[in-house]
Design a protein around this ligand. Structure first.
Ligand SMILES: Cc1cc2nc3c(=O)[nH]c(=O)nc-3n(C[C@H](O)[C@H](O)[C@H](O)COP(=O)(O)OP(=O)(O)OC[C@H]3O[C@@H](n4cnc5c(N)ncnc54)[C@H](O)[C@@H]3O)c2cc1C
Length: 444
């Protein structure tokens, strides 16, 4: 059995590690275009923002460790095409230029995503960057440490843009954020939490521009100003965080079914429409736990889990991924926020009869130091009261509370179940009626 994996970050490494453990005699080869494998780009904002300094900490498993486990790792090798009929791939060695073919019994596509760079005028100027690779991180950290760089413009108010605002403010920069849509993170959070996030940014001194469109940049070598439909602003550095697209262009004409945005369509086993070809991660769809629809969620959580499911199936086990709740969280300056399941907007679009509550409570008792407000939104079925979604925000102890809600949704609990769930009470952690119990009891 010969297993070939294309792409060596989250989904690819999770799959190959699992397959290797289950099939110790299989031949496993992982082709990776870049120079590192198992790299966690999620750490980049904190590396750039100087929360830590050793870039190697972002590498979960070394090439040597993969090789030791019997996986052949070919970095600096780009897969140019796939021929499912011949079960063959064409590969380019990027160092030598040599092009060769390799064959497989089972193939996994884990080629991830690339940041979208909109067609801004002068977008190739030197001080304009996306945030994705280790080299993006190294370059942006140098800019962040340069005292001459004072004004940083962030284009995009999604999670990467917000984390970069946090990072750049931590490095002492003046940060301007320009967001095209009318609020922050509109696909992930409802307006109540988006508004809390916006207040947090504004109170921390971030110059937030909502509903404004970037047109391009002025400058010759470097961007010196950002031009929008509303004005022109001086800048020393521009960070573009306007979303990602799946790396699947090389799959056209292979017969592998792709979604509208180019993501490889997979089933719950991670299998494509072609029997011996699997996919997972940012280059593929993922099934939604509640709706069973194939959705696009470029998150490491899903990439790792679906990657491991692919590993099981590559080894012949018939394992299915239960589905994603799109659980995610982030820290922006003094605030944490997290979400799981459906937002109110998504429930509306799906024509689900729903109700919602939004409460403000406290993270723990008043007499223990550090009491803070905590905000919880629940979305639940109007008739059955079964939980459909939740969002939590606050200065402290907010994000990890979402895991209880994710588990509750997974277990198909009702708001009443949540109201009486035996959650922890001890003064430094909660109040007698924990905030999640309170939210459950308020939701009628
Ligand atoms: C700044 C930042 C912060 C993030 N924070 C979080 C977070 O907090 N939580 C979270 O869950 N997710 C987060 N993410 C998302 C997470 O990093 C991705 O979901 C995850 O990396 C996806 O893994 P992947 O293996 O599918 O794809 P990728 O990480 O994109 O890796 C794909 C690999 O395939 C290689 N490749 C592509 N084409 C080819 C080819 N033709 N031949 C050979 N190799 C190829 C690429 O070089 C790349 O190394 C963050 C992402 C970024 C950029």
């Amino acid at each position: 059995m010969k297993i070939v994996i294309i792409g060596g970050i989250a989904a690819g490494t999770s799959a190959v590690a699992k397959a290797r453990r289950l099939l110790p005699d299989a031949q496993c080869i992982m082709y990776e275009k870049g120079e590192v494998v198992s790299f966690g780009s999620c750490g980049l904002p904190y590396f750039i923002g100087d929360f830590f300094n050793d870039e190697n900490e972002m590498i979960a498993r070394s090439i040597a460790a993969f090789e030791k486990s019997g996986v052949t790792v070919k970095t600096g090798h780009e897969v140019l095409s796939v021929d499912p009929e011949k079960k063959e791939i064409t590969v380019k060695n990027l160092a030598t230029g040599e092009i060769f073919t390799d064959n497989y019994d089972q193939l996994m596509i884990a080629t991830g995503s690339t940041p979208i760079m909109p067609p801004f005028t002068n977008r190739d100027l030197k001080n304009i960057s996306v945030v994705k690779t280790l080299s993006d991180g190294q370059k942006l950290k140098k800019y962040a440490e340069d005292e001459k760089i004072k004004d940083v413009t962030i284009i995009g108010g999604g999670s990467i843009g917000l984390e970069m605002a946090h990072a750049m403010q931590h490095q002492g920069k003046n940060v301007r954020m320009i967001q095209l849509e009318e609020r922050l993170l509109p696909d992930a959070f409802d307006h109540e939490i988006s508004e809390l996030m916006a207040d947090t940014l504004i109170n921390a001194g971030i110059d937030l521009h909502i509903k404004e469109t970037v047109v391009g940049f002025n400058g010759s070598v470097n961007a010196e100003s950002v031009i929008t439909n509303k004005g022109e602003y001086p800048t020393d550095l521009v960070i573009v965080a306007t979303g990602v697209r799946p790396n699947t262009a090389f799959l056209k004409d292979t017969g592998i079914e792709l979604d509208k945005n180019g993501a490889v369509i997979i089933n719950k086993r991670g299998q494509t429409n072609l029997e011996n070809i699997y996919s997972a991660g940012d280059c593929a769809t993922i099934p939604h736990f509640l709706t069973d629809e194939n959705i696009y969620v470029p998150l490491a959580t899903g990439a790792n889990k679906m990657g491991r499911i692919v590993g099981e199936n590559l080894a012949g086990n018939k394992k299915e991924y239960p589905g994603s709740l799109v659980t995610s969280g982030l820290k922006i300056l003094g605030m944490e926020a997290a979400r799981t399941g459906l937002t109110e907007q998504q429930a509306k679009e799906l024509n689900i009869p729903f109700k919602s509550v939004f409460i403000k409570d406290k993270n723990h008792t008043s007499y223990y130091p550090g009491q803070k407000d905590i905000y919880i939104k629940l979305i639940y079925h109007a008739d059955t009261k079964v939980l459909l979604g939740g969002q939590i925000a606050g200065e402290s102890d907010a994000v990890l509370r979402i895991d209880t809600l994710a588990a509750a949704i997974f277990a198909k609990m009702t708001t009443e179940d949540l109201g009486f769930l035996d959650l922890v009470y001890a003064p430094p952690f909660s109040r007698t009626w924990e905030a999640l119990n309170v939210a459950g009891n308020v939701a009628k």
